[in-house]
Design a protein around this ligand. Structure first.
Ligand code: ADP
Ligand code: MG
Length: 755
């Protein structure tokens, strides 16, 4: 040990094999830089005990607490003893249990303070730390920890079983004692302009601050680096894709678009008209359009997209529309054909002279049908091609692809959009229009969609009906559930239709079908659903099981459909829709539902996006707390699409006062998608939003918050734009180029492979 050490040096020579291996296997940290970028999650202040009431079940935590009392008892059913140590923050307490370790009684003396680390569990309403590790700060203890603790702020690291926070702190200290301070990648000019700390100082202060001001300065600098790296990447992408040539599609008088406009049964809203003009101008340009169209569910995005596609068809090219699922692709194809009428009957008897064809192309189509569709696409007979993302990945050959429309895809990331841009030919890019119904907070627009121009449809077409939303709290008011089924019967009696949405498909517990498990809570339930496999007995499994807060598996489509058919909805025509049905069945069910031949559709989130059956007026979402905020908002947008008002019932067993319940109350209280998007952002881990490529463990965003750091992001965006304007390849900014490389490299390659 001892030589000066650079950031990309391995940890082993510095820390020894044992610590290096532990850091690598528990946290994936293998270089000096990795370790220094493993920032403390928070800091314990000298003299202040950790707030125990704020701990979350299932989290691995480190708490600073005081021993309150210790008791020993024999195990009831087997030999051995349990030492129960009650620790406290002065207000709340936590039990630590040690099996057959009675000797610990001698050091865990009442009133002694220490750090305790372990996973939080709940047992009979009482929080516990299971198998905790601890480090006492008084008595016969590790002097290094005590010294560290004598500092004003004690870093608390994200830790793992077997690698407590204080061990990480010790490793960091060892590294900081001998490291070779890295040179600062940020030019002095920028550092001064934004009053930022230097990188070596920032790294030192984040781990070993001498007070809160040092923490603040370090955080500000590290956030800035992250924001700038992201924004530089995006600015480069914008520059690069904007500079690529695209084929112009000027508007043509007397073409299919004009014919369509003449047949349109309604007037476009002002928003549709304005956005339409922007798009028309860009489609006519010689560089590719890269535009995001944001508009609430039902705001009429599809018409806007179709008009764009027709302009491209008028120019003799093709437009592809991508949907996230085959069900949606099929539905899009159907509704585009309907809207177009005889304008979609190209080459058929009775088709308009101007007509084109809409081809549907999905993986599970019968071979003959697929072959015909492929032919139509290759020959150019189909001006519009609808499919899933496989359409782009499968290298389907187009006659001349001019525009790609991506519908309703929150999971369609920056990388996939990049892949699209090479699909019109070697050196031309297609124009790209991405549509989303999820309102996008400004920070997200600047990051996740930072390579796109954003337009929005803010008004709803006239004649839209309101949607009202209520929470049905099954735990407190079981009778309300009966009332909910009653409401569905009433709607059906009045000639309307209903959705019942469940989180799981059924038959196989591993099939938790919450597509967008976007809260920790949901992921947790998925896990619990799996672990409870053995305990589940088929039917409703409604009794909440076992002692330690284990929950029953989420309700399943197949089971709920059967129960409803036998019980509360007996006599109604019930259909079932989920991702595991063969494509033909899915299509048949959707068709039947759209035709009014099915009264109640019991489904997973496959109905989340785009499904448009205006006669459906009520939706019951079962186990609603298992869905994310945005998802609930999307789901309820499926009702109230016709002239009758819509009703959405959020059925949940979550008790009043819990975070889950508050989330549902929030969804019920507002239809303001923007407000909900903010709430969602607050609840999601930010990595989920940025996509894995940009939240990678090693190089991603650790410090930057999309919720709180709008100012930093905006400044960094502007700065990045300026830098890239004058130095697109960053050849004169080597430090910045390295930052960008660090952000995008390996993780991105990995991500591209996965999708
Ligand atoms: P989105 O895709 O934004 O959720 P859609 O494009 O599916 O919304 O439109 C929802 C419904 O509203 C469709 O039935 C569509 O025909 C209708 N619609 C679209 N624009 C208008 C308009 N300007 N006036 C009246 N109805 C419209
Ligand atoms: Mg739509």
């Amino acid at each position: 040990m001892g030589a000066v050490t650079a950031l990309d040096d391995p940890l082993e020579p510095v820390l020894g094999a044992k610590s290096a291996t532990a850091l690598e296997s528990a946290l994936g940290l293998s270089t000096v830089g990795d370790l220094l970028r493993h920032y403390p999650r928070r800091y314990a202040e000298r003299g202040e005990l950790t707030d125990i009431a704020g701990l979350e079940v299932d989290e691995h935590v480190t708490v600073l607490a005081k021993v309150q009392r210790v008791s020993k008892r024999r195990m009831r059913n087997r030999p051995g003893s349990i030492l129960e140590v009650r620790i406290t923050d002065g207000k709340h307490d936590l039990t630590c249990a040690f099996f057959n370790q009675a000797w610990r009684e001698r050091e865990l003396l009442p009133e002694r303070r220490g750090l305790f680390a372990g996973k939080v569990t709940a047992f009979r309403g009482q929080l516990q730390l299971s198998h905790p590790e601890y480090q006492l700060l008084e008595g016969d203890v590790d002097q290094a920890v005590v010294e560290e603790f004598a500092a004003a702020l004690l870093p608390v690291y994200p830790s793992a079983q077997g690698l407590p926070s204080w061990s990480i702190a010790r490793c960091v200290r060892q590294v900081l004692d001998i490291w070779d301070e890295p040179s600062d990648p940020l030019p002095d000019e920028l550092r001064q302009r934004f009053s930022l700390a230097g990188l070596p100082d920032a790294l030192r202060w984040i781990h070993r601050p001498d007070g809160w001001p040092a923490v603040q300065a370090a955080r500000q600098r590290l956030k800035w680096d992250e924001a700038l790296a992201v924004q530089l990447t995006l600015a480069q992408r914008r520059k690069l894709s904007g500079a690529r040539p695209a084929r112009p599609n000027p508007r043509r008088a007397g073409g299919i678009l004009d014919a369509f406009d003449q047949r349109l049964p309604f007037a476009l809203t002002d928003g549709q008209r304005a956005v339409g003009e922007d798009i028309a101008a860009e489609l006519a340009g010689e560089h590719p359009m890269n535009r995001l169209l944001q508009g609430e569910v039902g705001s009429g995005k599809t018409v806007v997209a179709l008009r764009a596609m027709l302009q491209v068809v008028d120019a003799g090219r093709q437009a592809a529309m991508l949907a996230p699922t085959e069900v949606l692709a099929a539905q899009h194809a159907r509704s585009l054909r309907e809207m177009l009428g005889d304008l979609a009957q190209g080459g058929e008897l009775g088709g308009s002279e101007l007509a084109t064809r809409v081809a549907l192309l999905t993986g599970s189509m019968p071979a003959a049908q697929r072959k015909q569709a492929l032919l139509d696409v290759a020959s150019g007979a189909a001006g519009i091609v609808v499919g899933t993302h496989a359409l782009i990945q499968d290298r389907v050959s187009f006659a001349e692809l001019g525009l790609v429309v991506v519908d309703e895809q929150h999971r369609f990331g920056v990388e996939q959009r990049d892949a699209l841009r090479t699909r019109a030919g070697e050196d031309v890019s297609p124009h790209v229009l991405v549509m989303t119904a999820t309102p996008i907070p400004r920070t997200v627009a600047m990051t996740v969609y930072g390579d796109l121009e954003v337009s929005a449809l803010r008004e709803m077409p006239a004649g839209r009906s309101p949607i009202s939303t209520s929470v049905v709290p099954v735990a407190e008011k079981p009778a309300w559930l009966d009332r909910a089924w009653q409401r569905i019967r009433e709607e059906v009696a009045a000639g309307h239709q209903a959705y019942v949405v469940c989180p799981r498909i059924g038959d196989d517990d591993s099939d938790v079908d919450v597509a967008d498990a976007d809260t920790d809570d949901t992921a947790g339930s998925a896990r619990r659903g799996k672990s409870a496999k053995g305990a589940k007995s088929g039917k409703k499994a409604a009794k909440s099981s076992e002692s330690d807060g284990d929950r029953r598996p989420p309700l399943a489509v197949t089971e709920v459909a059967a129960l409803l058919a036998e019980g509360p909805l007996a006599g109604l025509r019930i259909g079932v829709l989920h991702g595991r049905l063969p494509a033909d069945d899915k299509d048949a069910v959707m068709r039947a539902f759209a035709a009014g031949e099915v009264d109640v559709l019991v489904a997973t989130t496959v109905v989340e996006v785009g499904v448009n059956v205006p006669n459906a007026t009520v939706m019951a979402i079962m186990d609603a707390e298992r869905f994310g905020v945005s998802q609930l908002h999307q789901l309820r947008g499926r009702v109230g699409r016709g002239s009758a008002p819509g009703l959405c019932l959020l059925v949940s067993e979550a008790p009043a006062g819990t975070a889950s319940r508050e989330r549902l109350d929030a969804v019920a209280s507002t239809l303001d998608g923007f407000e909900l998007a903010r709430l969602d952002l607050e609840l999601r881990r930010e990595g989920d939003i940025l996509g894995e490529a940009q939240s990678g463990r090693k190089s991603g965003l650790k410090m930057l918050s999309l919720l709180r750091d709008e100012d930093v992001i905006a400044e960094a965006r502007q700065t990045a734009q300026q830098v890239v304007e004058s130095d697109p390849e960053l050849t004169r900014h080597q430090g910045l180029a390295a930052m960008v490389a660090e952000l995008v490299d390996e993780d991105r390659a990995e991500y591209l492979e996965k999708t």
